[in-house]
Design a protein around this ligand. Structure first.
Ligand code: ITT
Length: 187
């Protein structure tokens, strides 16, 4: 079974390959540079994006939209994570968190899949954790150097992709997606 993953982020793609290969699903990266609407809902952004992609590609395709939600910042940057990362980056988030005691945060991931002529279906995943006091680690991408998942002391960037993929928000969403695909194939 083969599906396309529309993304411009190679880090995301590596993680998707890692998870989906366990289910015998082959994934191909396609960088369609699809437009991302502004919305408070990751799900709405992903559904809109996958509709745009499937119309152009005419193949089964999924997109994944994710965000970092910091409790003390009332969920910021959330759906605006990509923009915030590109503008103020990890340093900017650490600055906003200076002197803040409650460092709890979570990553959310929404996978939206669609086939030509079909309706989009979505799958979500979450991982809770905290914002580190400083950037640590070289692996991964994005906010990985400042995010410490629950039950660990290391940031995601201090783990390899395989270890991150045991617990990440993206893995959880992708596993639900893969289980759905596999069950459907069996019917
Ligand atoms: P797409 O082409 O797939 O849209 P993107 O990097 O723009 O790739 P998003 O729109 O989903 O991804 O933006 C999410 C932002 O949050 C982006 O800056 C990512 O670097 C960051 N992010 C998402 N998942 C992450 C993870 O697992 N670890 C660290 N940062 C993450």
């Amino acid at each position: 079974m083969r599906v396309y993953f529309a993304t411009g982020n190679e880090g995301k793609f590596r993680e998707a390959e890692e998870v989906l290969s366990r289910y015998g699903i082959e994934v191909e990266m396609v960088d369609l540079d699809y437009p991302e609407i502004q919305s408070d809902s990751l799900e709405e952004i992903a559904v809109w994006g996958v509709r745009w992609c499937v119309e152009r590609l005419m193949e089964p395709v999924f997109v994944e939209d994710s965000g970092l939600f910091v409790d003390a910042l009332n969920g910021f940057p959330g759906p605006y994570s990509a923009y915030v990362f590109d503008t103020i980056g990890n340093e900017g988030i650490l600055k906003l968190m200076e002197g803040v005691e409650d460092r709890s945060a979570r990553f959310l991931s929404v996978v939206a899949f669609c086939e030509p002529g079909g309706k989009p279906v979505t799958f979500t995943g979450e991982v809770r954790g905290r914002i580190a006091e400083e950037e640590r680690g070289e692996e991964g991408f994005g906010f990985d150097p400042i995010f410490v998942p629950e039950g660990d002391r290391r940031t995601f960037a201090e783990m390899g992709v395989q270890e991150k993929c045991k617990i990440s928000h993206r893995t959880r969403a992708l596993e639900r997606f893969a289980e759905w695909l596999v069950a459907r194939r069996g019917r």
